[in-house]
Design a protein around this ligand. Structure first.
Ligand SMILES: *Cc1c(COP(=O)(O)O)cnc(C)c1O
Length: 400
């Protein structure tokens, strides 16, 4: 495009390149699995959100195919017009039953669930108090809502209380928003303490279970279950696209909340309903999660295996490239490294060695890190190979 009105795009991209912030996609071939093919080369995948290995499960595929044969590929309209199917309702009932809540609503993605829900719940007269490490979709929702947004130090209940003490009385409604499992760190929010403060200061609480759904708690329903908070007033959000191997987002809570969202969340009202295939795949996944706890057992065995191996690798290694293993309560394990150049070099070397990992750097996160995600379907040998490769790669001198 040579029109002067678009020249700024080139300039802007140049700035992105100069800051080493430029991103691009790489194509993975084959069915979602621990081993896939990347540009012709086999890679062991430690960058997937498919924690239980359900995205490649034949039962989800069969459910999706059957739904397409019954309903067709598209849901053809927004849910309030022509896009609602009995399958959607079955999925919403299944989510509510699993979570022990009155009702649920499914959105076309987790991102849409967050922006639609937050902007429906609060407005310009209201206050949002948010953990500083919240997911991008929660931050977008908060900004879109027009509410006053205050952030508190990561997982710091004392700081949260101080913000509420100073700000709460100046606003009409208030919403505390937090990830349950933090997506770029892997640690858990102090939900019970947050709910205590919410009681005291009359705040709503919204918790994002994107990385908790399917893996945490006795029935795998999430961190809310693990932390014993199922019976407390709470707005729970999650995604169907991580451990559940499908696509879509959900919000679950009181029947009043869900009825309100059906009437007030624009990202649900004005978008096409979830496809029949995605809906059916998610339904099949929720059934498998509830009937096959052994998948979670395998996952946690693998998480412990990798966590222990990385701890001893970092403790024993002489390199300065691997600073520390961040504390984690989830299959998300992050190795902190000194700077962006180091993380990019390590990521590149791991790719060459046949491993898919995420090299994450500012501005996405405050400190550069290798982010590894574990799956129930990893073999112990996959984990051993990764740790072996890391120990060789990290001792080779890195670019200054
Ligand atoms: C992935 C993610 C989302 C968005 O979910 P999608 O279904 O992928 O749109 C929201 N919140 C958190 C914490 C996430 O990690």
């Amino acid at each position: 495009m040579s029109n002067a009105a678009y020249d700024w795009l080139h300039q802007s991209l140049n700035t992105i390149h100069k800051a080493h912030w430029h991103r691009s996609v790489r194509s993975l071939a084959g069915k979602a699995a621990p081993v896939m093919t990347c540009e012709g080369q086999p890679v062991i995948n430690f960058a997937s959100n498919d924690y239980l290995g359900l995205a490649g499960d034949l039962r989800l595929a069969a459910a999706a195919i059957a739904a397409i044969q019954t309903y067709g590929t598209g849901s053809t309209g927004s849910r309030l017009l022509s896009g609602h199917r009995d399958l959607h309702r079955q999925l919403e009932r299944a989510i509510a039953n699993w979570k022990g809540t009155e009702d649920a609503i499914v959105f076309s993605s987790g991102y849409l669930a967050n922006i639609g829900t937050i902007s429906a719940l609060v407005g310009s007269r209201d206050l949002i108090v948010a953990d500083q490490y919240n997911h991008s979709s929660l931050i977008s929702g908060a900004n879109l809502s027009g509410a006053t947004v205050q952030t508190y130090q990561h997982c710091d209940v004392a700081d949260l209380q101080q913000q509420l003490e100073q700000q709460r009385s100046h606003h009409r409604r208030s919403l505390i928003v937090t990830d349950s499992v933090f997506s770029m760190d892997g640690d858990l929010c102090p939900l019970s303490e947050i709910l205590d403060l919410a009681d005291r200061y009359t705040c709503m609480v919204m918790v994002d279970e994107a990385h908790g759904t399917g893996i945490l708690g006795a029935t795998g329903s999430g961190a809310v279950e693990l932390l014993g908070c199922r019976d407390r007033p709470l707005i729970q959000m999650g995604t169907l696209s991580k451990a559940l191997g499908s696509l879509g987002g959900y919000v679950t809570g009181s029947a009043t909340l869900i009825d309100y969202l059906r009437n007030r969340a624009p990202s649900w009202i004005y978008t096409t309903g979830l496809t029949p295939a995605d809906t059916a795949a998610a339904l099949a996944a929720i059934d498998i999660v509830q009937t096959e706890p052994q998948r979670r057992d395998r996952l946690w065995q693998n998480v412990q295996h990798l966590q222990r191996s990385l701890q001893s690798l970092i403790a024993e290694s002489t390199t300065t490239a691997l600073t520390s293993l961040l504390p984690s309560d989830s299959p998300i394990l992050c190795i902190e490294v000194p700077d962006a150049a180091t993380v990019m070099a390590l990521g590149q070397r791991l790719t060459t060695a046949g491993f898919l990992v995420s090299a994450v750097r500012p501005p996405t996160v405050p400190t550069s890190r290798l982010r590894l995600t574990v799956m129930a379907t990893h073999e112990p040998s996959h984990i051993q190979q990764l740790v072996g490769a890391l120990s060789e790669i990290a001792i080779v001198e890195l670019p200054a």
